[in-house]
Design a protein around this ligand. Structure first.
Ligand code: ADP
Ligand code: MG
Length: 358
């Protein structure tokens, strides 16, 4: 057994889903570690909900297996899985008060009245709703309703919690507040969480690991830092944070680096791609690109023309067009003078900061 399997809570072995001829999820294998916060991140239609529903027992896999604590749960009925679930639409019982909603999963599990009372009290305190226990859902704001849904989920201390875009209906400020709230609840209850979002910032803020999905497949699985610093595919590099992309063809190697021939020149970078595809891209994060010439062999540089300045509060971004019409985004160095639009600009970056992806 590998270390990963020892601390495994859930193991997916080639789990896939077909709807007729349509593949909603390609055969997928991954391990969710005990107690971790794992986020499925990808654009709409990438298969996130499909994967989550097969873990929940709400959809039947077309092939593959799901193991929970080492036991085969592939076809176990949903009501025997005891997993907590929170969805975008809170699905609270409208005719029940907050306290009654939160009590529901405990009563299903036949806990004593005293135990139910003390657990409701504790959980409502943790989501800061203790003063609202006698209200009905319609008397609460969207954010408060979603906190009731979270309380109703955490209250029975499920060993796995599945959340599908639970903050999707909330405005930005509330969403950011709730992200931290869910993170805190996850730490307090030490539960294994699988969380679905299409919002990369949300995934970076909340997750121990991110599973990047696109076109019914897992593109990359790793910590937020691993994925940001070492994306393995062009999709991962551009979906999480901004990447400057220079498309080209492989052109051999130069010591520890792979070389890529692009319209604007031949550049070096660390090879992250998992195949030897000829068509590749060199990706560089904006924070690694500096304005100005350099002759050092540790750097690559390219020449372009400033087409726009974008002020985003914390910084000003420079949009630089290359001869092949691709656009680079640079951060303006606060100390330097802001160049004028139309001006020719040279930018350089360390070869060690560039990644080659396919
Ligand atoms: N019951 C279904 N029947 C047919 N196609 C479906 C069904 N459920 C989902 N799909 C398709 O499977 C793909 C993945 O869907 P989904 O897992 O919901 O994506 P996501 O949650 O990432 O937005 C989509 O193209 C969707 O239209
Ligand atoms: Mg979905």
């Amino acid at each position: 057994m590998t270390a990963d399997q020892q601390q495994a809570k859930l193991v997916l072995e080639g789990l896939s889903k077909q709807y007729g001829n349509f593949t909603a999820l390609e055969p997928t294998s991954l391990t969710v570690r005990n107690g971790e916060f794992l986020t499925l991140l990808g654009p709409s239609g990438s298969g996130k909900t499909t994967l989550l529903q097969m873990v929940a027992g709400l959809a039947e896999p077309s092939a593959g297996r799901l193991l929970v604590d080492g036991a085969d749960w592939t076809y176990r009925p949903v009501n025997e899985r005891g997993m907590g679930m929170v969805f975008q639409h809170y699905a609270l019982f409208p005719h029940m008060t907050v306290a009654e909603n939160v009590a529901f999963p405990l009563q299903m599990r036949k806990l004593s009245a005293a135990e139910v009372r003390s657990r409701i009290e504790e959980t409502l305190r943790k989501v800061q709703l203790e003063k609202f226990s006698h209200r009905f859902p319609k008397e609460l704001s969207g954010g408060q309703q979603q906190r009731v849904a979270l309380a109703r989920c955490f209250v029975f201390n499920p060993n796995v919690i599945l959340m599908d875009e639970p903050l999707g209906a909330l405005d930005k400020a509330l969403r950011e507040h709730m992200q931290l709230e869910i993170r805190r609840l996850h730490k307090e209850y030490a539960t294994t969480v699988i969380y679905v979002t299409h919002d990369q910032e949300e995934a970076l803020v909340m997750s121990d690991r991110i599973c990047v999905m696109n076109h019914a497949r897992v593109e990359q699985l790793g910590s937020p830092h691993q994925i940001y610093a070492n994306p393995e595919t062009l999709f991962a590099a551009t979906f999480i944070g901004h990447s400057n992309v220079l498309k080209g063809k492989r052109d051999g190697s130069d010591g520890e680096f792979a070389r890529v021939r692009t319209a604007g020149g031949t550049f070096c970078g660390r090879d992250m791609s998992r195949n030897q595809a000829g068509e590749v891209a060199l990706v560089v994060r904006p924070e690694h690109m500096r304005i100005g010439e350099t002759t050092s062999a540790e750097f690559d540089s390219v020449r372009g023309r400033l087409t726009d300045l974008v002020y985003v509060g914390v910084e000003t971004r420079l949009l630089v067009a290359l001869p092949d019409d691709s656009i680079l985004t640079l951060r303006h160095d606060a100390a330097g003078e802001i160049p004028s639009i139309g001006q020719e600009i040279v930018t350089h970056w360390p070869k060690a900061a560039a990644r080659v992806v396919a």
